[in-house]
Design a protein around this ligand. Structure first.
Ligand SMILES: NC(=O)c1ccc[n+]([C@@H]2O[C@H](COP(=O)([O-])OP(=O)(O)OC[C@H]3O[C@@H](n4cnc5c(N)ncnc54)[C@H](OP(=O)(O)O)[C@@H]3O)[C@@H](O)[C@H]2O)c1
Length: 324
């Protein structure tokens, strides 16, 4: 299996990573034993790029990875993120990119993970109060101090990426990207490609919806329950998109989830999807997407679906913090 290089870094990873966010929060019940088992199985299967953030479960997700990967960090590439501040009860306290906060957040992540160096450290959301140069300047100091190896940004527009990259090379931009979320094609992909920065595609399965597994999210404790695309006025239309993905999957005797991943992988070597799951079964299925070859016609049919998506990918407040 041909690995993919992350930007201009020396990080070379399996083409499909593993997002661990749902193992702590957002998508229904969690089970620590099952999650640790899934992480170990993923490594056995060749997955070597793990994605977390300090805010997932208010630190729980980093602690979980610290536990699961103890003694094995050398085998994998670990990415985490900072900027979304949370209080002791999980309450959201806003975004910070202030240099002193960057240092503090990094120390806390290192401690929770139980490591001395983070392979890839992302600025999760842009703080409008702090110039990007100041935040990235502080991140660059972390590189000098050996606490971080490479830098990444998330939810940035091309202009912000360029300013950041002028301070210190950026290796990856993590962006929501899938059959039904393609705004980066306008917002930052041109700049990523000009600068040789990889796109790490988050929520590549449309938060699970593109798998066709969910008819409707009924649990108000599930984050997706509140997403605009899941609301009655939008859901019926969006369901048709999922049905088309399912039809293509059926014609190839594969799963809709695998079509969703194969479509991203076909966009270029600079795309690395990080599907999230708590389950070994789905890790296996997701990796098998690497075997799928989509024809030009199939890609073009899937490309057309984006025009029919109804509803924003986040609520109004969170949309305000995207692609800044
Ligand atoms: N930078 C950012 O702002 C940002 C935002 C969101 C996420 N992320 C990162 O991106 C990662 C992935 O995104 P995501 O978890 O939001 O969404 P996703 O990968 O699009 O979808 C995750 C959902 O899909 C389900 N799933 C996974 N594989 C499946 C399969 N083969 N068949 C059926 N269902 C399947 C999972 O189920 P189970 O949970 O039941 O396993 C989960 O409910 C996260 O874990 C996180 O690390 C980053």
């Amino acid at each position: 299996m041909k690995k993919r290089k992350i930007g201009n870094s020396d990080l070379v990873v399996f083409p499909i990573g593993l997002g661990t966010m749902g193992m702590s929060e957002f998508y229904g019940e969690t089970d620590e034993r099952q999650s640790i088992h899934t992480i170990h199985k993923a490594i056995d299967l060749g997955v070597d790029f793990f994605d977390t953030a300090d805010m997932y479960g208010s630190g729980h997700n980093e602690e979980l990875l610290g536990k699961a990967l103890k003694g094995r960090f050398g085998e994998i590439t670990l990415a985490t993120k900072f900027a979304n501040k949370r209080g002791p009860n999980g309450e959201f306290l806003g975004i910070s990119g202030k240099p002193e906060y960057v240092k503090k957040a990094c120390e806390a992540s290192l401690k929770r993970l139980g490591i001395e160096t983070i392979d890839l450290y992302y600025y999760h959301r842009v703080d409008p109060e702090t110039p990007i140069e100041d935040t990235v300047g502080a991140m660059a100091e972390l590189v000098k101090e050996g606490k971080v190896r490479y830098l990444g940004l998330s939810e940035v527009k091309g202009e912000t990426l360029k300013r950041a990259n002028a301070v210190h090379p950026v290796s990856a931009v993590q962006s929501e990207y899938s059959i039904w979320t393609r705004d980066i094609e306008e917002a930052n992909l041109k700049e990523c490609r000009e600068l040789g920065v990889s796109t790490v595609a988050y929520s590549p399965l449309g938060r699970g919806i593109l798998t066709g597994k969910f008819n409707k999210i009924e649990d108000p404790n599930d984050y997706r329950y509140y997403l605009p695309r899941m609301q009655a006025e939008n859901f019926e239309s969006n369901k048709k998109i999922v049905e088309t993905v399912e039809e293509i999957a059926k014609s190839k005797n594969v799963k809709a989830s695998q079509i969703a991943l194969a479509w991203i992988l076909a966009k270029g070597e600079d795309f690395i999807p990080i599907p999230g799951t708590k389950r070994e079964k789905y890790v296996i299925e997701n990796i098998d997407a690497l075997k799928i070859e989509l024809s030009k016609d199939e890609i073009s049919e899937l490309d057309k679906l984006y025009a029919f998506v109804k509803g924003n990918r986040y609520d109004d407040y969170s949309m305000g913090n995207t692609l800044q």
